[in-house]
Structures are given as C-alpha cells and as structure tokens.
Ligand binder design. Sequence first.
Ligand code: 4AD
Ligand code: MG
Length: 467
Amino acid sequence: MDAVKRSKVKELLGMQPGQDVLAKGWVRTKRGNKEVAFIALNDGSTINNVQVVVDKTKVDPDLLPRISTGACIAVQGKLVESVGGGQAVEIQACEIEVYGECDPMRYPLQKKDTSFEYLRSVAHMRMRTNTFGAVLRIRNQMAFAIHEYFHGKGFVYLNTPLITESDCEGAGQMFQVTTLDLENIPKNKKGLPDYSKDFFGKQTSLTVSGQLEGELGATALGEIYTFGPTFRAENSNTPRHLAEFWMIEPEMAFYDIKDNMDLAEDFIKHLVKYALDNCYDDIKFLNDRYDSELLPRLEGVADTEFVRLPYTKGIEILEEAIKNGVQFEYPVAWGVDLQSEHERYLVEKHFGKPVILTDYPKDIKAFYMKQNEDGKTVRAMDVLFPKIGEIIGGSERESSLAKLEGRIDELKMSRKNLEWYIDTRRFGTCPHSGFGLGFERLLLFVTGMTNIRDVIPFPRTPKNAEY
Ligand code: 4AD
Ligand code: MG
C-alpha cells in the first residue's frame, strides 16, 4: 500500500483528480447503502474531511463493519471528481487497511455528551473534535505569526527563567518550587523554613512574568520579546484565568508610552489579520457553529483605530453611566481597580471598539511603572477588548534610579533581592517600555470561544492538573 506517497487531507482536497493517492486518518462518519459506503476521513490537517467512496462488491465483506466512527484507517485509491455536492474531489477506494478499530459501544465521544466541560475530561478525544482541531490549528498559526512579527522587526527572542526568586508583579500569587521534605521541613532560629537548605539555597517559585529579566535584555540588546509559560496561583475560577498560561512580553529600549501603545495596537491588528488570512476555514467553522458575530468582530478590529483614554476619564464615563441607571456589581470610584464588567462596558457599550486605558493610579499598579508628574498616576496601559476585557497589560518603565528605589521602599519590597534589576537604572539607564499579551486571551478573541480552558490543550486551573 505504501507504494503511493501519503498525502495529507488538506493537500488532497486541492489536488487535481485522476491521481492515485494514499490517505491516512480517523473516521468521522460512515454512511451508505447496499452498494456503496461513504466514509468521511479527517487527519487533523484541516477542518474539512475527504470523502472516501467504497464499492462494497470490491472489498472483503468483513472489512466495512470494522470501520466505525473514530477508527483509524489508511486508504489507497483514485482521486476522482466528486459527483455529490460539498467537495470537489473524493477518493474511490481500492484498498483499505484498518490500523485501529474503535468500539462504538465504548467510544468516549457519544453524541449525547459533547459539552466543552465533558470534553475536557477526555483529553485525546477532545482534540479529535472539529471544534478543538480548529482551535488548536489557530493557536499554532498565531504562535508562528507572533515569532514572525517580532523577527521581522528585529526583536531578539529572549528566554527568561521559569524558576525564579523574583515576584515581578508583586501580587504574591506564586507557586513555590522546593525540594525540601514537606513532612520534615528544616527550620531556622526563628522557627521558619530554612531555605538555605533548599535546592537553590533560597525560596523560589514559578515565574509570574518574564518582564524584569526582559528589561535586562532590552537595555542590552535594544528590543526583545519573550514567549513562554507563566504561572499564577490566584484562586480565580473564572472563564478568563488559568493557573498556567502563555505570555508574550516585548520590551523595548527608547520606547515611550506612546511608542508602546502604537506597537501593541499594530501587533494585535497584525495577528488578527494574519488569522483571517491564514485560518479562514477554521474561523468560518467556529463562526457558523457558535458565534455568527465572530468574523465581523475580527474584521472590525483589524480596521479600527483603538480608543486611547486616561483611567480618570474612564472612571468619569462609568460614573456617568451609573447616574443614567447602569448597574454594576462592583463599585466605581477613582482609585479602584477596574473589574471586567467595567472594562467591557467601556469597550462594548460606550465606545464599541478596543480601548487602551492609560495613566492608572499608582497604588493599583506594579512598582516598576514610570511615575507621572501628578504624583498619583503611572504611565500604565491596559488594552481592553470586546468580550474579554484586559488582553494586554504594560507600561513605560521607571527609568530614574531614585524614583524606582523610592517606590520599592514605599511598597516595603526587599531591595536586596532586586539589586540585579536596579542595576539597569544604575549603569546607563534609558527610557524603555514593554507589555504582556496573554496568549490565551488573544485566542479567546480570535476563536470566539468563551472559556479560556477551551483554547489551551491541557488547562491548569484550581483543582485541575490531570494529564
Ligand atoms: O497585566 P499582567 O499581570 O502584566 C504583567 O505580567 C506584566 N509584567 C507584563 C509586561 O508589562 N511585560 O499580565 C499581562 C497579561 C494580561 O493582560 C492577560 O492578558 C494575561 O497576561 N494574564 C492571564 N491570562 C490567563 N490567565 C491568567 N491568570 C492571567 N493573568 C494575566
Ligand atoms: Mg494586568
């Protein structure tokens, strides 16, 4: 059978009829009549199936009953023009080999329960569904587009550590990494765990952001980006939070906040356009199946200028909305951290397009952000998106040594652990900026999926770490 070279289904569907072909994949459906069977075959290369036509008089009568939904087969035959609608070509089977049968009685993907929640419990079957095939192909294309985008601009791809002693965001939601025996923890004189006995000789955790290390890269190489796993132990069981997610963090020397916003806007629009150009079949499938606003939403964002608005103005708009009868679950006042309902009101109801909110109160943002002259706000920028809320968080960085140290002291953070970072301001400091894009938040937007667990192959959330 392997005399003919195997073609992927995606390639087959674009080939000229008349050739001998070999296809391998999993059976999506089988139907037919007394004379012929029609098998829809998929190999993950595309959302579309190739139709295999089997003349029952020409194959071993024991063969077809072994081929049911989910079975894995190889088919050799002739690619012919399709008589039925729906596809240009189909395979007229000459020879079929069954690699793996699939008992219909025990098959985990029964029609009756294919909820996303159930699918998360059958990890390998989940990837064989049309929906997750589409999502994972889009995820792959987006990862490629991200590298290509930065590569094209001359950014250096910098790998920052996953295990670290630094709590970048200062929020204290880290997963501790230790080899200490938890049943017999060595203690110091104060009766606290003696981390000098731990693997790294100090307390370490999984990273919440590669930014601080990224800043070391930017202040040496000019422009860098990271793209890696990020861990947050916040106990938030929401449709937008994962305990393990992927973040893209560009960091640029000589960029001010405006350059930073321009880059963030151009970057996201580029990715959305790339998705429309390169993942159209998969997006169209998701659009037709779940959310007919998906395609218009993507096309809209690709051509829209984002709103740029200071936080203080944002609060005024929300306060005005409340006066006009809009109800929010969480209170609104200058100084509060915006909740997703507030972000979505601004984006979806008030402006009807993405908003970059800037100049937040310093007390709700991280220590490294550049302080404004007003003494109250910092040069932060969050990019807020329809349906999602915050998709990007970033800022211009504080480049003044005195101001940075002042803020670290004010927040009672340990300067000692940050000397390696503060050195960037001590020796040839420079204005610089950066941001972090949550990869799965981007994918929520591009795929129209509504739960962040459904845009990552193996979601990690509180109480979930199977596989
Ligand atoms: O706003 P965050 O916390 O910013 C940072 O970590 C900065 N150090 C980034 C930087 O300036 N280099 O996170 C950045 C983005 C958020 O906007 C969001 O898209 C995503 O990361 N994110 C999460 N995504 C999924 N699950 C979580 N628990 C997330 N927390 C943040
Ligand atoms: Mg943020």
